[in-house]
Design a protein around this ligand. Structure first.
Ligand code: AMP
Length: 282
């Protein structure tokens, strides 16, 4: 496995790969790699592509300085993780390499970026789409892998690729969970023991909503209530949003007829967790 810190190195390494006609895969991460990232890399490995994993903690997408500063990554450990999962090249640039000066250009996906997390994290998705656009230009992948755990991010990036005619296939990867249901996240390690103990309730609440929908409930308010009933009595969990949305447009749904996504964000102590599930009317 190779390791590059500069954009020039990545371009030089990928030019002959492309000349040989081999496909290129990209899994973009912020490091602190866990089995959720592992699933992205394993999924990518099923293709014959040359696989690039990027590791870059994208400062501009953090609207809270404390969250950014708490985002500790161990590059040596992450490189070993990528090697073990069979990546071909890790691109781990510095902040200076990615943003050598103030950025005047950015990419914004209107509408899709505004609800759910976008409502509570202004500017977050613009920073995400901008850095993913930069990575797409640097790596020029044929396939790029994104986790369903960040459903809104996945849909925003899918839309960006379609609207801007990017010749890249966006491949979704199912959420990897702990045995008790908690979605793996780099932020889980910040949970104190008593917070970790209640954190899986978020997924259980989403499941309760989903079960309500698959049992024939067509009212989104009722489905939401089925989930919120589990969360409301737990004082350690503060729900930021809990919504039933159209799986593709992310628009809030009132009467459920087609496939929807139930998505939630909640604070458990000082840690913000997000999760979502697919739900279908019977
Ligand atoms: P991050 O390092 O948190 O920016 O995540 C990098 C990529 O890994 C994103 O596409 C995430 O959606 C994906 N990812 C993170 N956690 C999980 C998980 N538990 N299951 C599946 N994919 C995940």
């Amino acid at each position: 496995m190779e390791h590059a810190g500069s954009i020039a190195e990545v371009r030089a390494r990928l030019a002959p790969v492309r000349r040989e006609g081999r496909g290129i895969g990209l899994a973009a991460t912020m490091g602190a790699l866990h089995a959720g990232h592992g699933a992205l890399i394993d999924r990518a490995r099923r293709e014959p592509d040359f696989l690039v994993v990027s590791i870059f903690v994208n400062g501009p997408q953090f609207e809270r300085r404390d969250d950014y500063e708490a985002y500790a990554i161990d590059l040596a450990q992450d490189l070993e993780f990528c090697r073990a999962h069979g990546a071909d090249l890790v691109f781990a640039p510095s902040l200076q390499e990615m943003y050598p000066r103030e950025q005047a250009a950015s990419v914004e996906v209107a509408g899709l970026s505004e609800g759910l997390c976008g409502r509570f994290r202004p500017g977050h998705f613009r920073a995400v789409t901008t850095v993913v656009a930069k990575l797409f230009h640097i790596v020029q992948p044929d396939r790029a892998y994104f986790g369903e755990k960040d459903w809104q991010q996945l849909e925003v990036i899918r839309r960006m690729a379609v609207d801007l005619n990017w010749p890249v296939e966006i491949v979704p990867v199912p959420t990897v969970r702990e045995p008790d249901g908690l979605a793996l996240s780099s932020r889980n390690r910040r949970l104190k023991a008593e917070e970790r103990a209640v954190a899986p309730l978020l997924y259980r609440a989403l499941q309760a909503s989903r079960d309500c929908i698959s049992a024939g409930c067509v009212s989104a308010a009722e489905a939401k209530e089925a989930g919120m009933r589990l969360l409301a009595p737990e004082p350690r969990i503060r729900v930021e949003y809990f919504e039933v949305v159209d799986a593709e447009t992310l628009a809030p749904v009132e009467r459920i007829s087609g496939p929807v996504r139930v998505a939630a964000a909640a604070w458990v102590g000082g840690t913000r967790l997000i999760d979502n599930v697919e739900a279908k009317a019977p």
